[in-house]
Design a protein around this ligand. Structure first.
Ligand code: SF4
Ligand code: SF4
Length: 188
């Protein structure tokens, strides 16, 4: 991007081991991505990402560890799997995005502390209840981020539509879910 701030010095920041590390963590063949763009076309969050998901895949191939692990995109991904089901190379792209979060935490590179706080509280909620308890997650996140009053105007509409519950729905097998979360990402 000539006019912008996003000029990447590909050679200077090339880390050839990065693609192998991502492939190991995600168990996906990122190197097989041929940039068809289906993942980005399927992603509802593309407009909010600093790098669209197909560019994230390409940056991994180019060994751009710092750029990828510091990107906001990996934290904004909602794990909806739309990219995964439409990838012609059968790459589980959503899993790659999840693996990048783990690597970002391992490397102390999480882009924005509030994004990281949200991800931590999400995992904590899933660990405790077996699935996310949205109201509890919101409260915990807002307390930690100091943004208690932000987005309060959305609450009445969410309540009217039954999207906010005041009691968590606990599922069976919570201990196993907690063990899975712990194994996947030791951030709690
Ligand atoms: S859909 Fe698959 S092959 Fe196409 S750009 Fe995305 S990851 Fe690469
Ligand atoms: S899993 Fe993440 S990257 Fe893939 S389409 Fe959904 S939000 Fe976008």
């Amino acid at each position: 991007m000539r006019n912008g701030q996003n000029i990447l010095r590909i050679q200077a920041h090339h880390d050839p081991a990065f693609v192998y590390r991502v492939e190991e963590e995600s168990a996906q063949k990122v190197s097989q991505c041929y940039q068809c763009g289906n993942c980005t076309a399927s992603c509802a969050f593309t407009n909010d990402y600093d790098f669209p998901v197909n560019q994230i895949m390409r940056l991994i191939q180019l060994g751009q560890k710092e750029t990828v692990l510091r990107s906001r995109a990996i934290w904004l991904c909602g794990q909806c799997q739309a990219c995964t089901v439409r990838c012609p190379c059968t790459i589980d792209v959503a899993r790659v995005m999840a693996a990048l979060r783990v690597l970002a935490l391992e490397n102390g590179c999480a882009a924005d502390k509030n994004l990281r706080r949200f991800a931590e509280e999400f995992l904590r909620s899933v660990s405790v209840f077996g699935r996310v308890f949205e109201t509890g997650l919101l409260a915990a996140y807002k307390l930690r981020s100091g943004s208690v009053l932000d987005d309060l105007d959305l609450a009445p509409e969410l309540l009217k539509k039954g999207k906010l519950s005041f009691s968590p729905h606990r599922i069976g097998g919570r201990r196993e879910v907690a063990a899975l979360v712990k194994r996947f990402c030791d951030v709690l």
